[in-house]
Design a protein. Sequence first.
Length: 437
Amino acid sequence: MLAAMSSALPSISSQATAVSRDRGDACPGTLRLHAADDGALARVRIPGGALGVVQAEALADAARRLGDGELHLTSRGNVQLRGLRDGCGGELAGLLDAAGLLPSPGHERVRNIVASPLSGLDGHGPRDVRPWLSALDAALCASERARELSGRFLFALDDGRGDVAGLGADVTVRATGGDAAQVALHSVDAAWRVAADEASRAALLAAEAFLDVARESGERVWRVDELAVPAHVLTRAVDRRLSEAGVGHVKERPATTRADGPPPGLLGDALCAHVPLGRLTGPQWRELTHVAALTPDAELRLTPWRGVVVPVGGLSASDTAAALDRLRAVGLVTDASSPWPRVGACIGRPGCGRSHADVRADAAGTLPAAGRSPLPLYWSGCERRCGHPRGDRIDLVAVPEGGYRLTATAGPPDGPARTTVLTDPSDLATALAAITP
């Protein structure tokens, strides 16, 4: 039985930023390709990062036949295919549709769902969120209203450990133990406790409430934190949607969050591999799918931290050790002491015409210095900082005149910015010492 509703109605977060979009959402998808300097780009939504072996093989086949042969992981656990040749859109859609990766053409860009990648595998988290994932994806694809969501709107399903709850999703569902879940909206200091079996439906209703408010206010926005309305307007809209749908709910404070991904190595019944800079070569992908095919689940889980989790329950200890060796041999990171999980970068040159530098080469060439940094590093080719993570970090942004501007994001938001200039990447260690404690 749900407890009585709290009388406290929190206000909107002071970090919310009002934005008015004066153009349509151009976020790429499978059916809407983006023209990049290295060819067309497709972004394939993989809800919860969950892929069967047949689907994984279909993605690799598409990359090999139509693109640059590699799979590029995003910060939402999706896959980008790059270097696609002209006029391949129909063939690409056919390949992915046949593998079950395009269940609804009208919803393919809104199927943005991240989920705790270790859910049900390591004994942590009070609930396995995989049933929520299937239910939410099905509900999204069945909702005509959901087609109005932008390709940037994000759902997160957290099994209670707090990992994906810290990723700043527009709608977050978090297991709270027992038979309950908490639904929260980004930048709104309120949440709704619902029955666990209503969690996925409540998440979609919250997203539809956001669309209601955006329409009524006349705002053209893509994310929850872009709304300029007072918090109570959005919370009342969610209350109304839940009540009209017969979903029992109680207001409460959102749970605290973090945003840590699984470290490389063996964790419970999960083999975790980090993908340096999110770039998977053909041989690396083949090894991952080979390992997954040996397991009862025959599944890969792509993570928002540009890693891959393979459920290995049922494999012997010797087979699991051999699998780790195989992944390590093709350049995937399986050692938790590696500095690679703390280093990220956008695509940079030559793939992006906006980039002022080959950020991936610079990131790889300075890995030893990055490993000694107290904060993670993210290299960006321009001010857009595509794919940058949340949380404390060092931002390295390439500037037009050459070199980088380094900024430490740690500390209070109103504290003095710690910034320096890096003219030569080989001097990274000195620059880091100047802006970190």
